[in-house]
Design a protein around this ligand. Structure first.
Ligand SMILES: Cc1cc2nc3c(=O)[nH]c(=O)nc-3n(C[C@H](O)[C@H](O)[C@H](O)COP(=O)(O)OP(=O)(O)OC[C@H]3O[C@@H](n4cnc5c(N)ncnc54)[C@H](O)[C@@H]3O)c2cc1C
Length: 518
């Protein structure tokens, strides 16, 4: 072959793109597994890889995880899900925020609402005007300027509008849903789009000798599932990412010492509250998640300070309605894998790591992992830059959520139990320390563009947990204080008037449920 022709041939070879991923195997059929199956079936429908999900009914799922945050709506809309149908089928309710009780001194409460506070006045963030009015003697709490918070406390709900000139655009919401019904809903969605479900226990994992990539899952009954890409959704077991690939785990119990939870459903009570509640107890905290047909409750606690029996007794003594089952215990270690994507395996859900559900972030982290995986989706060459970028972004996301959760513990003002004193005295990550100090000094909230929690989220919790800034933005002083007061009073009236005109939360859901039967 002439030399020029050889060069052309080489160029031709290098221009031939590597083959696309043809086979994907997902291990696990909990929330993570079915979210992955649904999303990949949807996003990759044009490339049409085969997607197989392996799960074992005998092992079962963790069966908790029922409170979400607003980005779940983007996930639903990406899947093209009709929201009313989703609400009916998962027995969902709407969620406008999280109320924190007893995280300060016993009796203290605050709300972390979704959506924005107030309005920007003269290009200065609303909370600086509020801080200024506060310094001048106005005692109106910040949540009175959040439409979501005011609607939540009045047990009312309506969907927001898009027009930014209207106060109704400042409301934001998520859902509470039944975890079992949610997984079943996504399973129907995924299977209708060609995902194959294999029932059976994975007994062994075959690795390729040459590069340590996963070749196949060996399943009881002498079956085998081969694939190019594996998604580990096997829950706390971390069967692929850890047991097969030995990726390593960063343990965060020195920051987040709670290591057990006990969960129990209880009968519904009225009113149907459109928010999650988190109540701090002596050795942990209790969640309350209202659904259409029951309330989900659980006590997350630190086994160093309380026994299982005492934890269950505390939970049972603090239910609003009659318990509907026996309490169920779960153990965990807060932390995360050192990598979420290793070789040809991506871990999602509990196999990737665990952060306690104080801010309902786990389901979001699954969604965020899937969105990022779609953006970095590999071909058969598995270019290491794709996994490096995925790991960089997802580790960063996990670490920021960790900081947000630690903030609640660090800034508690309880003096009645060793857990709270220990948390107040602990050293915290430098990234969180910086944010807290900046806010305490100037009321500024450090937030990067890509962060899950925005200014209003950090603000709610930093103020709620008792950090009061020493100063506000001096630009807020450019308006006469009387004018600031007048605008705040007007805004408060507008919010209260808007809430009064909203339907009740229970009424809003009843109308959605009735659509099916009418
Ligand atoms: C106490 C608690 C409260 C929580 N509350 C919230 C909340 O309010 N909001 C939120 O966003 N998140 C919450 N979470 C997290 C949430 O529950 C999980 O992120 C979510 O359920 C995903 O779980 P998973 O699918 O990763 O694991 P799992 O539900 O455990 O599913 C694992 C799957 O892997 C399968 N499997 C395992 N081993 C094998 C094997 N050898 N062979 C075959 N199949 C196997 C199992 O059968 C199962 O199908 C909470 C978690 C806990 C522990």
């Amino acid at each position: 072959m002439p030399r020029g022709a050889a060069a052309d041939r080489r160029r031709e070879v290098s221009l031939t793109p590597p083959a696309p991923i043809g086979r994907i195997a997902i291990l696990g059929g909990g929330t993570a597994g079915w979210m992955a199956a649904a999303m990949l079936a949807r996003v990759l429908e044009k490339r049409a890889p085969s997607i197989t999900l392996v799960e074992s009914e005998q092992i079962g799922t963790v069966g908790v995880g029922e409170a979400t945050i607003p980005p779940i709506r983007s996930f639903n809309s990406l899947l093209g899900i009709d929201e009313d149908d989703f609400v009916r089928q998962t027995k969902a309710t709407f969620k406008l925020g999280i109320e924190f009780r007893n995280w300060g001194a016993p009796g203290h409460r605050y709300i972390h609402p979704f959506g924005k506070y107030g309005i920007t006045i003269d290009r200065v963030a609303f909370h600086h005007h509020w801080l200024r009015a506060r310094a001048a003697g106005d005692v109106t709490p910040l949540h009175e300027f959040s439409l979501s918070a005011c609607a939540a406390y009045q047990n009312r709900f309506i969907r927001p509008v898009a027009d930014p000139r209207l106060i109704l655009s400042s409301l934001s919401y998520a859902f509470h849903f039944d975890a079992g019904l949610y997984a079943a809903y996504l399973r129907r969605y995924a299977c209708a789009r060609g995902v194959e479900r294999v029932e059976g226990r994975v007994l062994d994992v075959e690795l390729r000798g040459e590069d340590g990539f996963i070749r196949a899952l060996r399943i009881e009954g002498d079956r085998r599932v081969e694939a190019d890409l594996f998604i580990d959704c096997s829950g706390f077991a971390g069967l692929l990412i850890e047991k097969a690939l030995h990726t390593g785990y960063d343990d965060w119990t020195h920051w987040l010492p709670c290591d057990r939870a006990v969960a129990v459903p209880s009968e519904s009570v009225t009113p149907l509250t459109p928010y999650t509640r988190s109540t701090a107890h002596a050795a942990g905290w209790q969640w309350r998640i209202p659904l259409q047909h029951r309330i989900g409750n659980g006590h997350v606690y630190c086994s160093q300070f309380i026994s299982d029996d005492q934890a269950a007794a505390t939970l049972m003594a603090n239910l609003d309605g009659k318990a509907l089952a026996e309490p169920r215990f779960l153990g965990f270690t807060t932390g995360r894998r050192r990598k979420f994507w290793s070789r040809n395996c991506v871990a999602l859900g509990l196999s990737a790591g665990f952060l306690e559900p104080l801010e309902s972030t786990s389901i979001h982290l699954i969604q965020s992992g899937l969105t990022q995986l779609a953006a970095c989706f590999p071909d058969s060459s598995f270019d290491p830059i794709d996994s490096a970028e995925y790991n960089r972004l997802q580790l960063e996301e996990f670490d920021r959520v960790r900081d947000f959760i630690i903030l609640h513990y660090k800034m508690n003002t309880r003096d009645d139990a060793p857990l709270w004193r220990q948390c107040r005295d602990m050293e915290i990550p430098a990234t969180l320390d910086y944010r807290m100090k900046l806010f305490a000094s100037s009321g500024r909230v450090q937030c990067e563009d890509r962060e899950l929690f925005a200014e209003s989220n950090w603000l709610s919790v930093m103020l709620g947990q008792g950090i009061v800034p020493r100063r506000h933005d001096p630009l807020a002083d450019h308006i006469a204080i009387e004018e600031t007061r007048r605008r705040l009073a007007e805004l408060k009236m507008l919010i209260h008037g808007t809430v009064e005109a909203m339907p009740g939360h229970a009424e809003f859901i009843a109308a959605i449920v009735a659509q099916r039967t009418s």
